[in-house]
Design a protein around this ligand. Structure first.
Ligand code: ATP
Ligand code: MG
Length: 403
């Protein structure tokens, strides 16, 4: 079997192999190539030790990314390639980190430490696919995600794999192999040992998958987001999953959809516990807090301007997508179209966009202080309601009359 591979990655393999080392593409890039998608990055594994890799490519082309784990990043042409020595991991006494990693000489041993059969394949041009666990058949024929080896043990070693199971299932639209799924549910408390950052990274990718609702069992989501009370409120959770599936694949909107029914306090606690970035947390909480936004029956353009007076166009777009997903009401989609039109026009919806500013008011003799802001807000209201054009002279005239 022959796969198309990235030329830079091919050159890195060539250099390693000509020097007498074993070298393969491995993991996600092999899976994605077999599935007919173009991989994001091309990871390489090799029998060469990190020091040998660095000598071969020269230190100026190498970044010692994680030497103790065996990883060197090699620059080849325009691209960067992670080159990692074949290794095995032993003694996961804490449920997240191996106590020891040891370098080994054979690719099969390296593949055996990987999480799922679809991720445990290697490929080299000329040599073909190395697939000791039947990953190709699982991916293309049986269409399922299956743990490499005993699933209970694999989830005990690293609890994050439980979330990764559903993430890959959703992303590839693969069923969860029954024994692997049963082990994931049984071992779900292992997720508590995993750092919030790693959980959020995987949850983010799960929420970015197409229609991920079928890969979000209540036991698992309840473990990482106890605020959802998936056990106590199963009907509410089922309804949230239907909304998630109806939404565009935007993780922040989808997280807001899950958290909105749990209330604003829950949303705040969840984003804090997940250690989302500040911007992500603000976005999710704002969306959840506004998740009862109604359509008013006023002209769409007026509703759109009112919305843009309160939030930027990006958040407004997300909020309207959320409301459409929650209600199925196409009115929210039309309103979103209006928001996009106003944004393209550069229509004035915020004080900062007004054709007058504080200095103009001071020149009219207004005393510095909060009154300036209040007058500008009032002028903005006139512009939003389209009672005044956003032009300097008419606005100044109106302000003079309304001081
Ligand atoms: P993506 O396209 O999302 O990056 P990926 O398969 O490259 O998918 P990564 O998380 O980047 O996923 O991991 C790269 C490879 O390393 C995986 O394909 C898998 O073989 C292995 N791997 C990563 N994390 C784990 C883990 N927690 N346990 C076991 N193997 C893992
Ligand atoms: Mg990757």
């Amino acid at each position: 079997m022959t796969l198309w591979i990235d030329p830079g990655a091919g050159q890195v393999l060539e250099v390693l192999r000509r020097a007498g080392h074993k070298a393969y593409l491995v993991g996600g890039c092999v899976r994605d190539s077999l599935a007919g998608r173009t991989p994001q990055d091309w990871d390489i594994c090799t029998s060469a030790r990190p020091r040998q890799t660095m000598e071969l490519f020269g230190t100026e082309r190498c970044i010692p990314t994680g030497l103790q784990h065996g990883t060197v990043t090699v620059r080849q042409g325009e691209g960067l390639y992670e080159v990692t020595t074949f290794r095995v991991e032993e003694g996961y006494s804490d449920g997240r980190h191996p106590d020891r990693v040891s370098f080994v000489g054979e690719v099969e041993a390296d593949l055996a430490r990987r999480d799922f059969t679809i991720n445990a394949m290697a490929y080299a041009p000329g040599e073909g696919l190395i697939d000791p666990f039947g990953g190709r058949e699982d991916l293309l024929v049986r269409r399922l995600v299956r743990a490499v080896g005993d699933p209970v043990r694999r989830f005990e070693e690293d609890g994050l794999r439980i979330l990764r199971l559903y993430r890959f299932g959703a992303r590839e639209q693969l069923a969860v192999e029954p024994a692997t799924g049963a082990a994931a549910i049984a071992e779900r408390a292992r997720l508590d040992c995993v750092s919030a950052e790693r959980i959020w990274q995987e949850l983010y990718k799960l929420l970015a998958a197409p229609r991920p609702g079928s890969w979000m069992p209540p036991e698992i989501l309840g473990q990482v987001l106890p605020w959802l009370d998936t056990a106590g409120q199963p009907a509410r959770y089922a309804a949230s999953l239907a909304v998630v599936d109806a939404l565009p694949p935007d993780p922040l909107v989808r997280l807001a959809a899950l958290l909105a029914p749990a209330g604003p306090g829950a949303a705040r606690q969840a984003v804090n516990a997940l250690r989302c970035s500040r911007a992500q947390g603000e976005e999710v909480c704002a969306l959840a807090a506004d998740s009862a936004l109604p359509l008013t029956g006023e002209p769409l353009r007026l509703q759109a301007r009112r919305l843009l007076a309160r939030m930027d166009a990006r958040r407004a777009g997300r909020l309207l997508a959320l409301r459409r997903g929650q209600t199925g009401d196409e009115g929210f989609a039309r309103l979103a179209g209006e928001v996009r039109r106003l944004e393209q026009e550069g229509a004035c919806c915020r004080v900062g966009q007004l054709a007058v500013n504080g200095k103009d008011l001071l020149a009219l003799g207004v005393r510095p202080g909060p009154g300036v802001g209040r007058l500008l807000e009032a002028a903005l209201q006139q512009v939003i309601e389209e009672k005044l054009p956003n032009q300097h002279d008419p606005l100044l005239g109106w302000l003079k009359e309304n001081l």
